[in-house]
Design a protein around this ligand. Structure first.
Ligand code: UD1
Length: 421
């Protein structure tokens, strides 16, 4: 296992932002519905993407993945089972459920268990597919879905907004008979890109980017033209938070500002100014970091995937900040670790109160999930001395070329084998 050592550093510079992992994952699952070999650009080379590619390969797909360009052909898929050993390493494997079921009329996908940040059930995916005519049973820890006569378009009202649930049903609708209307749909930019790729390749789809999406069944597999994955707004937000916590000028490039307004606006509330051009955002140092109140919510609200990073920044604010986590029940694992660095954060149910400013001092800390880990990296940049982040593999699930990108803005960071310590 690897450990990341981050030493206190002065930072400055520009970070090129990679393609969005959470956009690429459903788009890779969508390839199950393609009849041609498809080229996708700007695919981030991160562990979760490689896990999805491994799964698609086990199902029978062929691909080549070089320099962020993926060529993939799923025409020879011969298996329809997503096995436990893959799904347990990445919950987003659930995104293969609807396309496999839609194309083959039957599939088995291991039921994802709970995860570090909460229970995360998939009941809403299953309920919606059942409404579309699938017979769904849970057998030996697997979701066994059958729709031999095909899926049927209908109205799906999600009880709760779910990102991957919305994406699964959008993909199911492509081969369903008739029209599917999804109400209370997720509006994240990653959901929007999935819809746009479908629209650009002939699927009749209305309400893109709204909570009410209507899709007419296409009737056959799609011929999909080459396209690029959108930039990763969470990766970009994380590097802007590096600028914020270190109170330094940091530019993120290859970004879409409209996807990041919620993040930039919160940093503005914390008294940071920005220079914004067509594909770059620069955070500028400030005289005084203001405390902030954050409540996570679905897009366009404040993203839960940025909560941990803002908590790290709030440790340097002049006063008391609060962060309320509304989406997941257990997403404060980073609090204890930030406190090990000297932060003063208290949790009361779903609300964390951060008493700033506090001096951070390097320590051994444990990465618990992807975004929690990035908060520890941010803390490490300003903590006096050396911060050793253990179980750092979480970070490589979602941050491409992390060590290189940090090095390039001046962070003294090093990846070592835990055994070698
Ligand atoms: C996606 C993102 C993840 C992000 C999250 C919320 C991907 C691959 N992952 O995860 O990074 O943190 O959105 O923005 O895109 N829920 C149910 N039943 C269901 C489905 C969801 O109760 O069937 C609940 C979840 O437990 C959670 C809430 O709904 O409390 C939102 O979860 P959801 O939007 O589904 O998250 P993911 O799609 O798993």
């Amino acid at each position: 296992m690897k450990t990341l050592i981050v030493r206190q550093s002065s930072i400055l510079g520009t970070v090129p932002i990679s393609g969005a992992k959470n956009a690429a994952l459903p788009l890779l699952a969508l390839m199950i519905l393609a009849k041609n070999e498809v080229q996708i650009g700007n695919v981030p080379n991160v562990a979760d993407i490689n896990t999805m590619l491994k799964l698609l390969k086990l199902l029978g797909s062929e691909f080549s993945f070089v320099n962020n360009n993926l060529t993939i052909n799923t025409s020879q898929i011969s298996s329809t089972t997503a096995t436990y050993d893959i799904v347990k390493t990445m919950r987003a494997s659930i995104l293969t459920l609807a396309p496999l079921l839609a194309r083959f009329g039957e599939c088995k996908v291991s039921l994802p268990g709970g995860c570090a940040i909460g229970l995360r059930p998939v009941d809403l995916h299953l309920k919606a597919l059942a409404k579309m005519g699938a017979d769904i049973k849970i057998e030996n820890g697997y979701i066994h879905a059958v729709a031999k006569e095909g899926l049927k378009g209908c109205e799906i009202v999600f009880d709760k907004i779910t990102v991957t649930g919305t994406e699964n049903i959008i993909m199911a609708a492509v081969l369903a008979d008739g029209v599917t209307k999804i109400l209370n749909a997720a509006k994240e930019p990653e959901v929007v890109q999935l819809c746009e790729v479908l629209r650009d390749n002939g699927v009749e789809i209305a309400g893109i980017g709204t909570s009410s999406i209507t899709i007419r069944g296409y009737g056959e597999l799609l011929e999909i033209a080459p396209f690029d994955v959108i930039p990763d707004r969470i990766e970009a937000g994380t590097y802007l938070c590096a600028g914020a916590i270190a109170n330094s000028k940091i530019t993120v490039e290859n970004v879409v500002f409209e996807h990041m307004e919620n993040i930039v606006n919160k940093l503005k509330e914390m008294n940071f100014d920005f220079e914004i051009t067509s594909n770059k955002i620069t955070i500028l140092p400030t005289t005084n970091i203001n405390p902030v109140n954050i409540i996570t919510s679905e897009h366009p609200g404040f993203p839960t995937d940025m909560q941990a990073q803002f908590m790290a920044v709030a440790t340097q604010a002049d006063g008391v900040s609060t962060i309320e986590e509304k989406l997941f029940e257990n997403r404060f694992m980073h609090v204890a670790e930030l406190n090990r660095l000297g932060a003063n954060i208290k949790i009361n149910a779903k609300v964390a109160t951060i008493y700033g400013p506090t001096k951070l001092v390097g320590a051994d800390v444990m990465a618990t999930d992807l975004r929690a880990s990035s908060a520890l990296v941010l803390g490490g940049i300003i903590a006096e001395g050396e911060t050793r982040i253990h179980r750092v593999y979480h970070l490589f699930r979602g941050y491409e070329n992390l060590v290189e990108k940090l090095n390039n803005i001046g962070v003294d960071v090093e990846l070592i084998d835990e055994e070698a310590q």
